[in-house]
Design a protein around this ligand. Structure first.
Ligand code: CTP
Length: 405
């Protein structure tokens, strides 16, 4: 997938710049033509010679260091890149890109480029969460930039928190995903629900669940990379939605149902990864409930099962449900698939280590009407999402590689 592609690797001046060497090496090993641009600050952390040796190409640092008179380097590099990867991307380089500055070789080339840009931020956690940085990343995402989220761990500044550059292997996976997800869902309309719902009790209290929206957003991103036209109906989430999707916010199960139903007829695929409340308070209060007795009994009533409603009204859509189980995963998943008239059910044992709510990884089994289609090993949610959407593409007959069972 990467073989023969031209990738421009931008390395900016953070301590994680040294990981740029491993990333460069892995991209070259995967068959890419890699051209490296370093900022001056990056050269304080790692030498250009390292990157030149690994990429087998000259490293560019100074816009005015024009070695080939037949071309203007920054335009030439920008025009010939299939993808630009900025890793690590410091807060400063993200700000420059968001603001459209062109005062060094990397920022000038980025401004001249029309190909997609993948950004892997790395910085101190407070910098990563600073409103200015968040705003710059949102702005870039709205312009189509893709992000590889930093990991959580020991930071060079001493904090144990989010901000560590994603591992080079994960950045390579994101690059592969970009090239590989070909266009097997091109022309298809995909609706994804993500996150947890909120069932209000009074103005300051509600019932919700631990869903982060990570899995749903990863599915939306995978579908987008595969060329689909993606709409996301999102409940409560802690994650940033992928750029390039149509995003509709819904709080309660009822609001999610109301958002999904009118869109349903035009959809080719619906993936219901949201964790929808099964019950809501019978009574909601306009004013904050004051404490009175020693106990308080809440009466709950069933919400409408959105997936089941979609199953009943299915005409041509491929309907994918999720089943979060803690025991007898296969039996419950197959029961849900039949009861809710789904075409596929993605099941996971939420009690298992590294699977389920609010973690970066998942381990799922995909079931069809005839039983198990694929059992995926523990892997990142992004990779899991790609594999789920590969099965969807095969079911639609657009993904090649047979239809599975
Ligand atoms: N779901 C839904 N609407 C609801 C509840 C669930 O659309 N009101 C969907 C979820 O989005 C998910 C699937 O149903 O795709 C599985 O949800 P789950 O709550 O596990 O299934 P239930 O059938 O409610 O089974 P149980 O609670 O007994 O496990």
């Amino acid at each position: 997938m990467i073989r023969g592609k031209t990738i421009l690797l931008g390395i900016t001046g953070g301590i994680a710049a040294y990981k740029g060497a491993a990333l460069c090496s892995k991209l070259v090993q995967a068959g890419a033509q890699v051209h490296v641009i370093m900022t001056e600050s990056a050269t304080k952390f790692i030498t250009p010679l390292t990157l030149q040796t690994l990429s087998r190409n000259p490293v560019h640092i100074d816009t005015f260091d024009e070695r080939d008179p037949s071309v203007v380097s920054h335009i030439h590099l920008a025009d010939h890149a299939d993808l630009i990867v900025v890793a690590p991307a410091t807060a400063g380089s993200i700000a420059k890109l968001a603001g459209g500055f062109a005062d060094d070789m990397l920022s000038t080339t980025l401004l001249a480029a029309t190909c997609p840009v993948l950004i892997a931020p790395a910085m101190n956690v407070h910098m990563y969460e600073h409103p200015a940085v968040v705003r710059n990343m949102d702005l870039l995402a709205s312009r189509g930039a893709m992000f590889v989220e930093p990991g959580t761990g020991q930071l060079a500044c001493g904090y144990v928190a989010k901000g560590r550059l994603a591992e080079p292997e994960d950045i390579v996976l994101a690059v592969q995903a970009w090239f590989a997800r070909g266009k097997t869902l091109s022309g298809k309309k995909v609706l994804v629900t993500a996150g947890g719902t909120i069932e209000r009790l009074d103005p300051v209290r509600y019932l919700t669940n631990d869903s982060s929206g990570k899995m749903g957003f990863a599915i939306a991103e995978a579908a987008l990379l595969m060329g689909a036209d993606v709409t996301v109906v999102a409940g409560r989430t802690t994650e940033r939605p992928p750029s390039g999707v149509r995003l509709i916010r819904a709080q309660s199960a009822q609001e999610m149902l109301n958002a999904v139903l009118p869109l349903y007829p035009e959809m080719d695929v619906v993936v219901k990864s949201a964790a929808v409340a099964d019950y809501r308070p019978v009574q909601t209060y306009d004013q904050k409930i004051k404490k009175t007795g020693e106990t308080l009994v809440l009466e709950l009533e069933r919400t409408t099962d959105i997936l089941q409603t979609l199953g009943e009204r299915k005409t041509h859509q491929l309907l994918v449900g999720f089943a979060a189980e803690t025991q007898e995963v296969e039996r419950y998943a197959m029961d849900k698939l039949k009861r809710k008239n789904c075409d596929l059910i993605v099941a996971n044992d939420v009690g298992a280590e590294g699977a389920g709510f609010n973690v970066e990884t998942n381990e799922v089994q995909i079931y069809g009407p005839q039983g198990l289609v694929e059992a995926l090993p523990l892997m990142s949610k992004r990779e899991t999402a790609g594999r789920i959407m590969d099965v969807v593409a095969r079911r639609l007959g657009t993904g090649g590689g047979g239809s599975g069972s």
